[in-house]
Design a protein around this ligand. Structure first.
Ligand SMILES: Cc1cc2nc3c(=O)[nH]c(=O)nc-3n(C[C@H](O)[C@H](O)[C@H](O)COP(=O)(O)O)c2cc1C
Length: 208
């Protein structure tokens, strides 16, 4: 079995974290640096992460979620998606332009077509894109963390408005999920939940 397959099979959502385990900013930064390789639509990199590591900040996240594991996690990561990511298309491609990997014509065309697409499809699409792209990024982040010896739990059970006010989020940043990260207390693990057989969630050439 390849290494990725073991990481995929071994990742579990932590039910409870061991207390008093800290993770350094350096190690978290290594996880995020590896996660730069995640794909995103038009390479717009819609995802922003806010990392809460102090007991005070974690206590606020606990208040917004009511989930005990938030308090004992080594870090609480708020995953945000940027509805306005398309506005940075020019900046994202600037390096490629100056290195000659993209011509001025290609650069202008990319800037115009991406901007037109996101503006014509409107705010529902912009929000979907924020959530879609940040979700892919979050999944990869959890696998990288596992590979580096850290357990995680993706979480949607929190009060979105409270998180938004706690972080003073601008309207373009959508809270997508919370990821708690730490070393799981293995004595509290449940057996892996039922998974549907492949034939139940894959069909070939049509929905039937
Ligand atoms: C989008 C999403 C939201 C979730 N929200 C929570 C949550 O709020 N609290 C929690 O304890 N687990 C949460 N989970 C974890 C799931 O319960 C877990 O992934 C599922 O039971 C399968 O278990 P496994 O991840 O160990 O394979 C969430 C998972 C996902 C993908």
């Amino acid at each position: 079995m390849g290494e990725l397959q073991s990481v995929v099979k071994e990742r579990r959502s932590a039910m409870k974290f061991q207390e008093d385990v800290t993770i350094s900013k350096e190690e978290l930064s290594q996880i995020f640096a590896m996660n730069k390789h995640v794909p995103s639509a038009f390479n717009l990199q819609h995802t922003h992460y806010v990392v809460l590591t102090t007991p005070e900040e974690k206590a606020k996240a606990y208040e917004a979620s009511g989930q005990y594991k938030v308090q004992t996690a080594s870090a609480v990561i708020i995953v945000l998606g940027d509805m306005m990511a398309y506005k940075h298309v020019g900046r994202i491609n600037e390096g490629m332009l100056s290195l000659g990997m993209m011509s001025q014509i290609e650069y202008d065309l990319e800037t115009r077509s991406v901007t037109e697409m996101y503006e014509s499809k409107g705010p529902v699409f912009q929000r979907e894109e924020a959530i879609r792209n940040a979700s892919l990024s979050a999944m990869q982040l959890m696998l990288i963390a596992k590979d580096m010896g850290w357990d995680t739990c993706p979480m949607i059970g929190y009060d979105e408005a409270r998180i938004a006010s706690l972080l003073e989020l601008p309207a373009n940043l959508v809270p997508v999920m919370m990821i708690t990260l730490g070393k799981m207390d293995e004595s509290k693990m449940r057996p892996r939940g039922y998974r549907k057989p492949v034939d139940e969630f894959v069909t070939w050439n049509s929905i039937q």
